[in-house]
Each structure stands twice: as C-alpha cells, then as structure tokens.
Design a protein around this ligand. Structure first.
Ligand code: B1M
Length: 212
C-alpha cells in the first residue's frame, strides 16, 4: 500500500535512519512512484513532525540534524529525476540562505525544482551576507536573486540584501524572490521583493512569471 510506504518514509525521516530511507525511496521509484510524490507524501510530512517535536522540546538539535541529513540523502537520489533536460535555459537564478541562517533543505529543494524547470541555478549555500549576494550578482549577472530564511531573526537580512543590491546600482537588473517558512507574501511586498513562493512548486511558478 502506497499510503503505508509513505508513512514509513516519514517515520524514517523522524528516526534519522538514512540507509533504510534510501532503500525505501529506491523501492518506491522501482514501483513507478514519481520523485515529487515521494517528496510531498513521504519526506516532507516527516520533516513537518520533526519541526513540531523540535518546538515542543521532544527532539533536540543533534536529532533534528540527523533527520535533516537523512532527508537530504534521499533528496540527492531524487534530484536527477527532478532535473529536466532542457537545452536552453529558462533564465539564471542565484539562490542562497541569508546571513545568520544555515537551514538549507527547502532552499535546495527550490534550487532542484528550478533546475528541473530549465533554469540555470547558482546555489551560493547558507549564511550568505548581503555583500556576498551583491558580488554574486556582479559576477553571474542572473535574472533572479532568490533568498531563503527559516528564522524570524534572519528575515530582516532579506531587506538588507535588497538595500545592498539597490546601493550597488544593480536593483533594476535583477528580480528578487524570497521564501522560507516564516516568510509571507505581505513581508515580501513590504521589503520590495518582486516575488514570493510559499513552497518549491510555487517558487518555480513565480520564477517563470518573473521571466515572462
Ligand atoms: Co531549525 N528552526 N533551528 N534547524 N528547523 C526551525 C526553522 C523552527 C521553526 C523549529 C521550531 O522551533 N519549530 C525554529 C525557528 C523559529 C523561528 O524563528 N520562528 C528553528 C530554530 C529555532 C533553530 C535554531 C535557532 C535552534 C537552536 O540552535 N536553538 C537553529 C538555528 C541555526 C541557524 O540557522 N543559525 C536551528 C538549527 C537547525 C538544524 C541545523 C538542526 C536543522 C537544519 C539543517 C539544514 O537545513 N541543513 C534544523 C531544521 C531541520 C529545522 C526544521 C525542523 C525543518 C526545516 C526544514 O528543512 N523544513 C524547522 C521546523 C519547520 O520549518 N517546520 C526548524 C523542510 C523544508 C523543505 O521546508 O525550509 O520551509 P522549508 O522550505 C520550503 C518553503 O519554506 C519554501 O519552499 C521549500 C520547499 O517547499 N522555501 C522557499 C524555502 N526557501 C525558499 C525560497 C524561495 C521560495 C520558497 O524563493 C527564493
């Protein structure tokens, strides 16, 4: 039963059992399940529970980290299946998690789906300072700058980064897109971003719209 298999995947994310999860993900693929379905039905629900248990103090940082690594390990298996084979780029995106923030699972998922949709993605990593975003814009001349933040305390860095891009005289050369669990459409508007994505699929739709 697919439902039981996905429940088991979520349990393995929570328990941080990477090898077992990888085996089950491979089994699901052999059964013809799609990569997106596996992520949406198996992996993300597990990470949702991890977030709740972290909040209530039922899970501690080392365990959360193990769950994160477990999920990333399986995302690495699924990545080639999410990435399309378009020959011409839909546009270039630089993406990073803002300064002070090291959460990267969601940002990497957005990057993977953007690649899957034909974008050229330059993934800067985590803890990216405003000036490093500016340097990357100068170097790579992307169409879109994507920022991710998972902490309410690091959200203001998105605003600072937009200001830094403005001060460097580059704001009219790029579109700016933001996202991450605490980020909202309202916040995106308030800081003058051009787009917001509530999840990875919405982020891809927004990126396409920004290129139109
Ligand atoms: Co952290 N953490 N964490 N954590 N962590 C949260 C975010 C938290 C909500 C947990 C909680 O209390 N319930 C809480 C934040 C509270 C707040 O600010 N309001 C929190 C905290 C407090 C912390 C620490 C401060 C804990 C501590 O040290 N005391 C610390 C901070 C470290 C730092 O960054 N400086 C910390 C550390 C960690 C770990 C290292 C252990 C680990 C991260 C490992 C890693 O990423 N490599 C971790 C994890 C795993 C989480 C939770 C459990 C899961 C995050 C995740 O990966 N979700 C998280 C709880 C939660 O969010 N429910 C939590 C799955 C991922 C696919 O979703 O990232 O939301 P998400 O991405 C989505 C969308 O948001 C969107 O698309 C993605 C895919 O659908 N999206 C974009 C993301 N970026 C986008 C960009 C876009 C568009 C859409 O455009 C560019």
């Amino acid at each position: 039963m697919a439902e039981e298999m996905y429940e088991k995947m979520a349990e393995l994310v929570i328990a941080g059992k990477g090898d077992e999860l990888k085996a089950l993900v491979k089994h699901a693929l052999e059964q013809g399940k799609g990569a997106k379905e596996i992520i949406d039905m198996g992996l993300l629900p597990g990470m949702d529970v991890v977030g709740k248990m972290m909040k209530t103090g039922e899970m501690f940082i080392p365990e959360v980290l193990l769950s994160a690594r477990t999920m990333q390990g399986s995302l690495d298996i699924l990545k080639p299946l999410l990435v399309g084979d378009e020959t011409s780029s839909a546009g270039a995106v630089i993406i990073g998690t803002v300064e002070g923030d090291l959460h990267d699972i969601g940002k990497n998922l957005v990057a993977m789906l953007l690649e899957g949709a034909g974008f050229t993605v330059i993934n800067l990593g985590t803890g990216i300072k405003p000036e490093a975003f500016v340097e990357a814009v100068k170097e790579h001349k992307p169409d879109i700058v994507g920022m991710s933040a998972l902490l309410t305390t690091t959200m203001p860095k998105m605003d600072e980064t937009i200001q830094a891009i403005k001060e460097a005289g580059l704001r009219d050369q790029v579109k700016v897109m933001v996202g991450g669990a605490p980020v909202t459409e309202d916040f995106a508007e308030k800081i003058g971003a051009d787009g917001y994505g509530a999840n990875a699929a919405a982020a891809v739709e927004k990126a396409k719209a920004l290129m139109a």
